[in-house]
Design a protein around this ligand. Structure first.
Ligand SMILES: C[S@@+](CC[C@H](N)C(=O)[O-])C[C@H]1O[C@@H](n2cnc3c(N)ncnc32)[C@H](O)[C@@H]1O
Length: 193
């Protein structure tokens, strides 16, 4: 409940950066984590941790601290995450600098990129910078997973993003529609290996 309020406050302060009115549901989190089996040589990088709606379940599947890195831009959210997930590597930073942040962390290869950023509402130059960073991780062999809300799925920015990713990484694998989420969403996965 406290998380929902913090999330809503963050949304009201900065709707385009947060991009959703509520954190992801447990059902969407479960779909975002299907098939993810991290270890310290195949770590999960989570972009846009928010209030930790997906992190809460990631925590259950990572074997140790060295198997996860989270990046979140909002300082207030990071403060709360630091208290709640003190045992996880979560840094306050910009996903547009995620390759450098990961290198400086000294952690192992990024095998799973769980990206929760609201590409559709982010400024074009931010989205483009983040996509360039994602490309660096994909070049080294990782799997990219994102979610897209059903109501915006056929709007031009969402279609453009999928086209961009398809042109680079081939056809995506789409999950069934996760109805138990506000709003309902699909997950999409691209694999570079
Ligand atoms: C749609 S919310 C998802 C939050 C959470 N992962 C969830 O599923 O409930 C997007 C999150 O991305 C964060 N964000 C936006 N732009 C970012 C950036 N450039 N770098 C890192 N985080 C960013 C926002 O602050 C917000 O917490």
């Amino acid at each position: 409940m406290k998380e929902n309020l913090q999330f809503l406050q963050a949304f009201l302060k900065n709707p385009l950066k947060v991009g959703a009115v509520a954190p992801s549901s447990p059902e969407l989190a479960a779909e975002m984590l299907v098939g993810i089996k991290p270890d310290e040589n195949n770590i999960v990088l989570e972009l846009g941790v928010g209030t930790g709606a997906i992190t809460k379940y990631l925590q259950q599947i990572i074997p140790n601290r060295e198997s996860y890195l989270g990046i979140e831009l909002d300082t207030e959210m990071v403060k709360t995450l630091g208290q709640k997930y003190a045992e996880l590597n979560i840094v306050c930073g910009n996903a547009a600098e995620s390759y450098r942040i990961h290198q400086e962390s000294g952690l192992g290869k990024v095998r799973y990129l769980v990206c929760c950023l609201p590409f559709v509402s982010l400024p074009k130059e931010v989205s483009e910078s983040v996509l360039l960073e994602i490309e660096k991780f994909m070049d080294e062999g990782c799997e990219l997973r994102i979610f897209q809300y059903a109501h915006g799925y056929y709007l031009p920015p969402a279609i453009k993003l999928r086209e961009f990713l398809r042109n680079r990484y081939g056809k995506s694998k789409r999950s069934p529609l996760v109805l138990k989420n506000v709003p309902p969403a699909f997950t999409l996965t691209w694999s570079s290996i």
